[in-house]
Design a protein around this ligand. Structure first.
Ligand code: B1M
Length: 801
């Protein structure tokens, strides 16, 4: 039997020991600062082999090859690094057995993040990212590893890319572990519930948390993982936090006691990350080896997610917003035909603000390229809203394109009982994960009877099981026909909902069909919704702006005991005292719509920001727009980010919208011929914030200065070189983070040391006049106009910069 199969058989049947840190152990054995730990597989293989052997002797069942930072983006000879890393682990295992060591031991191909951010946060395309991981996986398989361990991932999207690469290029078990902060979230906002739904959907074999914190502060995250995962949970924390005296603040004894607690709480695969050593693993092994083991329990909840939000179907009525569907919406049809996304994006925001839980996305218009449009729509909508999406298409190619790039576990609309539909849709659900809406119709149409529809439902369920799709990932839509053409239509559908509910299945309905062909449709729709909810309906595709529908959803949820403490009902009632209307659940206190420029920036709508900025420029001065609209909006976004209300993706979309508005302003600023010696501008090394610096540049140029802009994240040496070569007399430095001010100080010192005649002006939100003086700067500018004034003063003093 292959090692990988043996591992599969053991998984979830007993607790397995992982290993501990590699990089931090290497530092203690001579790895110098700036040297890559992975290069030691080639330069010092005997050291790597020895560390692996020490972990095996300490009780590790699984050791991770020294391949964490290796990928084809970073190293041309990545394959050499990977085979050397796996070889070191293999030799260690042979030595372990040769010295009489016992038990099955496994070698993991260790895969860490690429080091690049994916679009829209960075420049790396999703598919390119999958390719990079695929290169690593193929090499690891060739080198003979037994499993793939994707770890220390901070972004759900990159994690998905790595898992797809692993699944598409091997049949080995795949483990995934993410980095959660103290509040239990990834850097990009995903919670344990989001990651479990996403990763179980993708068919991962074990899921967990590693790095970031010590076991003490990571235990709450472990508990959340155990409570929602059906697969074994990995727990591999750091040896606490780095301490001032060097090293980490939790010793092996305390670590192992906390790991014992982790094992008792249900961690199935335990080990250590940064700062842990073979000693930590040995003590952990000794404290946990005799503990009873309980197999992970299968969880039954049906969960769909976005990159940051998990929605559990069946817990309370789920509102699926129906507005992004061109049927009967001429404006949307035209937008889709023109390849225009701004209309769709503002619909998405409006639906979110009206309280939708999930957004249906249907962009099918005959004669338009649906695959392309669906991909674009999903990519853009998921960048601006944290709501999960329902991918709605009858085109399997469009469905696959969307499911592949979707950053989460979507609802999939839909599969029917037709063979063709089953064969094209269910394999996609199995591969990418999702909860699929199963329509009770087949080649013979929609049965008129309850029994006929239930029979089709059961046929789809059986087919899904054959594909290995769990029952929890099916939600039935017993289809509602228009009562105008069949007076029993609503009755039959309601009986189906009731029957499916009794059997323990979830149901969803497109509610508005019922009233087709009749006047005052909302009265019928809302009454039908109330009746369906009373029969057990779990999700409704409705217009979330409808006052009547909203009233019913909120009131029903409260009356059926599904609204703890009536919190949702009370806030709805307070916002709508007369009943009716839609309630805002906007992501920030300010952005309800994209009606103003600052709202467009907060919401992250670039096209709207451009249009609104253009119209504001007709009445107001460019500088006022910057100071009164854009900067306060970014400040608000910054506060929301800091308080954990929004995450990096939303922050970035706001930054993009602000930059889009600036590009409009730039064209409107009065142009002055540039003159004199240039000013060199840069954001310092380690800092990517360049919006402020770009405004400074804009204003300096509009006042006639010649600016050499070195961009952001710039090395001090490069700044000195540019100043020397251009003969600049003034260098402007920007820094936005407390962590990058030391680099600013270093840069100022380097400029003064090498170019004593050159003055340095600094700015950026973290700085103050005093702070600027402390780090040796000659001038401090609070804002861009301040920078212009300083430049003018220097000119007046005849320095002629
Ligand atoms: Co980030 N970010 N960000 N961010 N970001 C801040 C700065 C932060 C304060 C947010 C927060 O937590 N409240 C925080 C820093 C905390 C701290 O150090 N105390 C932060 C963080 C933590 C981060 C990351 C680490 C997040 C992460 O990855 N977990 C990461 C950092 C990556 C890195 O740099 N290595 C990160 C990333 C990003 C984005 C990429 C998403 C995006 C930047 C996009 C871009 O710049 N191209 C972004 C944004 C947009 C912000 C906020 C929200 C807005 C910054 C901004 O553009 N303000 C910001 C919060 C905030 O500041 N309210 C935040 C508007 C701009 C016009 O103001 O730059 O101050 P400002 O410029 C002013 C003046 O200061 C002055 O003139 C300008 C016009 O009046 N000025 C100068 C500036 N430079 C000057 C130079 C001069 C003279 C005047 O002479 C040369």
């Amino acid at each position: 039997m292959l090692s990988s199969q043996k591992l599969q058989n053991m998984l979830g049947k007993r607790r397995l020991m992982l290993d501990g840190g590699m990089g931090t152990v290497l530092i203690s054995r001579g790895l110098s600062a700036g040297e890559s730990s992975e290069s030691w597989s080639l330069s010092h293989p005997e050291v790597i082999e020895e560390i692996h052997l020490e972990y095996l002797r300490s009780g590790s069942d699984i050791i991770s090859a020294n391949s964490f930072g290796v990928n084809s983006l970073k190293y041309e000879n990545y394959s050499e690094y990977i085979s050397a890393a796996v070889e070191c682990a293999r030799r260690a295992r042979e030595r372990y057995y040769a010295e009489g060591g016992e038990g099955e031991k496994f070698i993991a191909l260790d895969i860490g993040p690429t080091g690049k951010m994916l679009k829209p946060l960075g420049e790396l395309e999703f598919e390119r990212c999958v390719e990079v991981f695929a290169d690593t996986v193929r090499e690891g398989v060739r080198a003979g590893c037994d499993l793939i361990f994707i770890e220390t991932m901070t972004d759900s999207y990159e994690t998905k890319a790595a898992v797809l690469a692993a699944k598409e290029n091997s049949s080995l078990p795949v483990f995934v572990s993410n980095v959660y902060d103290g509040s239990g979230k990834l850097m990009t906002g995903a919670t344990p519930e989001v990651m479990v739904a996403l990763l179980e959907g993708l068919g991962v074999d074990a899921i967990g948390a590693n790095c970031s914190l010590g076991p003490d502060r990571l235990l709450p995250t472990l508990e959340r993982l155990v409570s929602c995962a059906s697969v074994p949970v990995i727990f591999k924390p750091n040896a606490g936090l780095p301490s001032i005296s060097g090293g980490f603040d939790i010793d092996a004894e305390k670590f192992s006691s906390l790991m014992k607690r982790a094992a008792e709480l249900g961690a199935s695969l335990i080990g250590g990350c940064c700062g842990t050593t073979p000693e930590y693993i040995k003590r952990t092994y000794e404290k946990t080896v005799g503990l009873p083991y309980s197999e992970p329990k299968r969880k039954l909840s049906s969960v769909v997610t976005s990159y940051s939000r998990a929605v559990t179907l069946g817990k309370r009525p789920t509102v699926i917003g129906e507005r992004i569907n061109p049927t009967g919406k001429p404006k949307l049809r035209e937008a889709i035909k023109a390849g225009e996304l701004s209309y769709i994006l503002s619909e998405a925001i409006a639906e979110e603000n009206s309280g939708a839980d999930v957004l249906d996305v249907n962009v099918g218009v005959p004669g338009t390229p649906e695959v392309l449009m669906m991909k674009r729509a999903v990519a853009e909508i998921q960048a601006i809203t944290p709501l999960p999406l329902q991918i709605d298409t009858g085109n399997p190619e469009a469905l696959e394109a969307a499911m592949r790039i979707y950053n989460g576990k979507p609802l999939v609309n839909s599969v029917s009982g037709k063979r063709e539909s089953i064969d094209s849709v269910l394999p996609l659900v199995k591969k990418y994960g999702g909860v699929v809406v199963a329509l009770t119709m087949d080649e013979n149409g929609i049965p008129e009877t309850v029994e006929g529809r239930i029979e089709i439902a059961m046929k789809i369920l059986a087919a899904a099981r054959e594909y290995g799709i769990s029952d929890r990932d099916i939600i039935f839509d017993p289809l509602c026909m228009a009562v105008s053409s069949d007076k029993n239509a609503a009755k039959v559908t309601l009986q189906c909902v009731s029957e499916l509910h009794k059997r323990g299945y979830l149901t969803s309905l497109g509610v508005s069909n019922v009233s087709f062909g009749l006047p005052a449709r909302e009265k019928l729709n809302s009454t039908f919704l109330a009746l369906a909810l009373s029969k057990g309906l779990d999700a409704a595709i409705i217009n979330p702006h409808s006052a009547a529908m909203n009233d019913i959803i909120r009131a029903f949820t409260a009356l059926s005991g599904k609204d703890d403490g009536f919190a949702d009902y009370i806030s709805y009632a307070e916002a709508n005292p007369q009943g009716g209307g839609s309630v805002s659940v906007g992501r920030t206190d300010r952005a309800k719509t994209a009606e103003s420029l600052s709202d467009a920036v907060i919401t992250g709508l670039s096209e709207a920001a451009v249009a609104l900025c253009e119209s504001l420029l007709r009445e107001r001065e460019p500088l006022d727009i910057i100071n009164e609209e854009i900067i306060p909006a970014l400040d608000g976004v910054g506060r929301d980010f800091e308080s954990g209300k929004i995450y990096l993706p939303a922050l970035l979309m706001s930054a993009e919208a602000a930059s889009a508005a600036f590009s409009v302003i730039k064209n409107r600023l009065p142009k002055k011929e540039s003159e004199g010696v240039p000013i060199v501008l840069a954001t310092v090394k380690g800092d990517v914030h360049d919006i402020g610096k770009n405004i400074v540049k804009l204003l300096l140029e509009s006042h006639g200065a010649r600016v050499i802009d070195l961009g952001r994240d710039v090395d001090p040496e490069e700044i000195v070189r540019a100043a020397r070569e251009s003969g600049a007399r003034l260098v402007g430095l920007s820094a936005l983070m407390t962590t990058t001010v030391p680099m600013m100080e270093k840069t100022v010192a380097l400029i003064h040391e090498n170019l004593p005649d050159v003055k340095v002006m600094v700015g950026g939100a973290v700085l103050t006049e005093d702070y600027a003086r402390e780090i040796g700067a000659d001038y401090y500018a609070k804002d861009a106009m301040g920078a212009v004034k300083i430049n003018a003063e220097l000119k007046a003093q005849n320095l002629k910069p």
